[in-house]
Design a protein around this ligand. Structure first.
Ligand SMILES: Nc1ncnc2c1ncn2[C@@H]1O[C@H](COP(=O)(O)OP(=O)(O)OP(=O)(O)O)[C@@H](O)[C@H]1O
Length: 585
């Protein structure tokens, strides 16, 4: 029966059918034996997608139920949910109950399967630090964790230390300051805001340990070893959607359990020599900044505020003067208009690994005082409807292909989209194309560039005043000191955005725009000459910024979007995404 230590096979029963089951070094498979049947059922599960094995007849979800019998064992595997057009990206727990002809054989199977799992699961996490935001989304974080995630972690033999947060930035500070020895990863149960906390914590901690200053825009940041997992439970789960293909807690849990690893580019945002924030999806000025800022004034409206603000901002018909300098990426490697999609196992991303950390002295390139003459920087100026930098496609339910459909998750570049001032109908066409498959870059007033860095400045005479900035909030470890800790919906920059709006923008030190009354009604207020930056759904306190893409800086427990699963709508939560990914009009 036993061939060698890797192989094991015997006859087994599933229900009333008899099967020949085989375990080899890569697969566990079982094939129907009935000789009369023409088409015999055969199932083969790669060990990499094997979750666990239990003695007896066992159910895990929706509730754990165990029927202890001597001859049965139950295996749990990843099961892909299939729709009409193939994989949907949604994973469920596959469960098969096997019956043996005696307890000895049952015990042999359980032992062999557990040994095979241990052997092939070297990259799987054993110990995780989990942060639950009890107030995220529909406030179901705790329930989602207890009913869907914890039982699967237990089945897979993962031990989790759980922290239910009591205030904003607790997760970030915990990661920055506490002993993390023995943890293989950190997981958040919440939305994009919680993910951002983990992102800042993990990056900050790694740089601290490497003795690197995050405030130096020229420094080559140390890639982070600690993986980040996202269990979607927020009102916006765009990062999860973009890296897994769906926002489903069970799917994300299974990606964590099997130790999937998706590297992710991160964009650092600096003002002078201060780190302002990290972003993984959108850094947007003009329209996207205005929509976010405007929506903050209407929080009382709930999710409707995004649609309302989108319409209001569109009707206000604004454009902003600015100077954009960018460092183009190598056009031989990929292009934002090459009609490719970054899918699981993406060739462009995997080939980029070798060239991501060049040993060049690039400090002068990233200085905010650098001019076009230095290096390969390109400059352009004018009036823009919006200036957007995205490190991923930023697809979301309203924009299934995203802000930049061919952007890559981990190739060390971002896509810079410049939408120049145009007539309202032209801009509406641009916005509308995000919701269809029409090429949004095929418009005369739109430019897209694949870049490694971007610097934005105001035209001469409109610069931010340095003196006033001294008294402003200074970012430490990627966030603002002036945060209002514990505030629901926290995030330092969110509190800034409110302060900013109530103070008419004075604290940002904009020279020429003494009072910023933002939008009153579309045409009754004098148009401001500066907008604000929307950085993954948070308002930045500076206008003149330097963005730099750090290739594969962090790793998520994910594998990118599997082929055929890219355009599935959100499975839960609502359809708002705060102009983090794409507009709400
Ligand atoms: N216990 C807490 N109390 C208040 N705020 C918290 C708490 N825990 C985390 N936060 C903050 O709440 C913010 C939003 O959380 P999260 O992203 O999980 O939910 P969300 O519903 O998607 O949020 P939103 O749509 O308001 O951004 C995060 O920026 C986080 O810093």
């Amino acid at each position: 029966m036993e061939i060698d230590s890797e192989w094991f096979e015997s006859d087994l029963w599933v229900g009333k059918e008899q099967y020949r089951a085989v375990l080899n070094e890569l697969y566990f498979s079982w094939t129907e034996i009935d000789k009369k049947k023409r088409e015999r059922k055969s199932v083969s599960v790669p060990l990499s997608e094997f979750i666990g094995v239990e003695e007896g007849r066992v159910e895990i979800l929706p509730q754990r139920k165990v029927e202890e019998t001597e001859r049965h064992f139950t295996v749990f595997t990843v099961k892909r949910s299939r729709g009409g057009r193939g994989s949907t990206g949604l994973w469920t727990v596959g469960r098969t109950q096997f019956c043996c002809n005696g307890q000895d054989l049952r015990d042999h199977w359980v032992r062999h399967l557990r040994t095979a799992l241990r052997k092939h699961g070297a990259s799987r996490p054993r110990r995780l630090l989990v942060f639950i935001n009890p107030f995220g989304g529909k406030q179901r974080g705790r329930q989602i964790y207890q009913s869907l995630v914890a039982p699967l972690f237990e089945l897979a033999g993962i031990s989790a230390h759980v922290v239910v947060t009591e205030k904003a930035n607790q997760a970030r500070d915990h990661i920055l300051k506490k002993d993390l020895t023995g943890f293989d990863g950190v997981v958040c149960v919440g939305g994009d805001g919680m993910f951002s906390e983990l992102l800042h914590g993990v990056i900050g901690r790694t740089q601290q340990e490497a003795g690197l200053s995050e405030h130096d825009p020229a420094v080559t940041l140390q890639p982070c070893n600690l993986h980040i997992g996202i269990i979607p439970a927020g009102s916006t789960d765009c990062v999860c959607f973009a890296t897994v293909g769906v926002n489903d807690p069970v799917t994300s849990t299974l990606h964590i359990i099997i130790g999937d690893s998706q590297p992710l580019d991160v964009c650092s945002v600096h003002h002078l020599n201060k780190l302002v924030r990290y972003s993984v999806s959108l850094v947007g000025y003009g329209f996207y900044g205005d929509v976010l800022a405007e929506s903050e004034r209407h929080r009382w409206m709930g999710p409707l505020r995004y649609d309302y603000s989108g319409c209001l901002v569109y009707l206000s018909n604004r454009s902003y003067a600015g100077m954009v300098h960018f460092l183009p990426a190598d056009p031989q490697l990929s292009s934002p208009r090459d009609n490719t999609r970054c899918l699981s196992g993406c060739r462009v991303c995997s080939e980029s690994t070798e060239r991501l950390f060049p040993q060049s002295d690039s400090s002068s390139q990233y200085s905010q005082d650098s001019s076009q003459s230095e290096g390969e920087w390109v400059s352009t100026e004018g009036r823009f409807r919006c200036v957007s930098l995205t490190c991923m496609s930023s697809s979301c339910p309203r924009s299934p292909l995203g802000l930049s459909p061919s952007a890559h998750l981990a190739d060390g570049t971002g896509d810079l989209i410049l939408v120049r001032d145009t007539h309202p109908l032209g801009f509406l066409t641009y916005l509308h194309r995000h919701t269809t498959t029409e090429d949004q870059f095929d418009l005369p007033f739109v430019e897209v560039h694949r870049v490694k860095a971007v610097r934005f400045s105001l035209p001469p005479g409109e610069e931010e005043s340095e003196g006033e900035e001294e008294g402003e909030k200074v970012m430490e470890g990627g966030d603002c000191k002036a945060e209002q800790e514990g505030e629901r919906g926290g995030g330092a920059c969110r509190s800034i955005s409110r302060q900013y709006l109530t103070s008419g923008g004075k604290q940002r030190g904009i020279n020429n725009h003494k009072k910023r009354d933002f939008l009153c009604v579309p045409c009754c207020s004098r148009a401001p000459s500066v907008s604000v930056w929307n950085c993954d759904g948070e308002i930045l306190p500076y206008t003149e910024i330097l963005c730099r893409v750090h290739g594969q800086l962090v790793r998520l427990f994910a594998r990118g979007i599997e082929d055929g699963a890219g355009t599935r709508p959100f499975t839960g939560g609502n359809r708002k995404c705060k102009g983090r990914c794409v507009l709400h009009t």
